[in-house]
Design a binder for this molecule. Structure first.
Ligand code: 8Y7
Length: 274
């Protein structure tokens, strides 16, 4: 498995492909998840050029219901185990629960993608006791209430302070800076204008000194602007990279890689070779 540290050293943006393993995404026709379909989609994302596959069993979309840890483990672990067996791609688990993190780490994932930034009980300790990377994301409130009129006195300052505080908390626990990634949390307790402002001012977050991840793919702000999830998401991805994003969390891996290659070739006036 290619380590995230060495991937981060490559001189190009990294692509995290999204694999939602909820019954509504890979159903066997009934209420159960089809393992084969989920793993096949992961392989497809890898072939399309994904560097990392982000596996998530609990939806964090606005208003989504939470599920128990045993339910979440039942959804994600078989997919992680199987993918690990057939591929050496870096695997990320999108979870906030310490027990899920622990099992996934034991199974060999290299990144914990936690929209709660290790604020749930036990999460900091589990990550501190391991050597995985972690993505710390800003979210105001929780997925159940975050879109109820999110108000900030100073959005940029508040998001930056939150992320700096989480970074400090991790370092205090002994999680070294090389293991940390930060994310502004596009769509997590922000208005559409707030989301635009954050990506437009990504520069400010570079001062924290850590790789920045952005996930705008197919989110409602994009849909509101143009109604075209793919075209709109590609524009957001390119703009985020221009402003300093190092990792893009996307659904449409093939198209994002193509757009990035052409854009980067134009920027560098050479045909990029990645
Ligand atoms: C993000 C995310 C989601 C994001 C990071 C969706 C799990 C919502 N969005 N993780 N997860 N950043 N790091 O629509 O923006 O994909 S779920």
């Amino acid at each position: 498995m290619k380590k995230i540290v060495s991937l981060l050293e490559e001189n190009r943006p990294l692509i995290m492909g999204i694999l939602n393993v909820t019954p509504d995404s890979f159903s066997d026709g009934g209420e159960f998840l089809s393992l084969a379909d989920a793993v096949e989609h992961a392989k497809y994302l890898e072939e399309c050029g994904a560097d990392i596959i982000d596996i998530g069993g609990e939806s964090t979309r606005p208003g989504a219901k939470s599920i128990s840890s045993s339910e979440e483990l039942q959804r994600v672990m078989p997919v992680i185990e199987r993918l690990k067996y057939i591929s050496d791609i870096s695997i990320s688990v999108d979870t906030s629960k310490a027990v899920v993190m622990k099992k996934a780490i034991e199974c060999g994932v290299t990144l914990i993608n936690d929209v709660y930034s290790l604020r749930k009980p036990g999460a900091l300790d589990v990550v501190a006791d391991s050597d995985v990377h972690v993505c710390l994301m800003h979210m105001k409130g929780n997925p159940q209430n975050m879109q109820n009129k999110p108000i900030y006195e100073d959005l940029l300052l508040e998001v930056r302070e939150f992320l700096s505080d989480r970074v400090a908390e991790c370092e205090k626990k002994g999680i070294s800076a090389e293991r940390l990634i930060i994310d502004i949390g596009f769509g997590f307790g922000k208005t559409p204008l707030g989301n635009l402002k954050l990506i437009n001012n990504l520069d400010l977050f570079k001062e924290i000194g850590l790789p920045i991840m952005v996930g705008a793919s197919r989110k409602s702000t994009i849909k509101k602007i143009c109604g075209d999830q793919l075209g709109g998401s590609l524009a957001a991805a390119l703009f985020a990279v221009k402003n300093g994003a190092k990792i893009l969390r996307v659904h449409d891996v093939k198209e994002t890689v193509a757009a990035l290659k052409v854009w980067e070739s134009l920027v560098e006036e050479r045909l990029v070779d990645w």
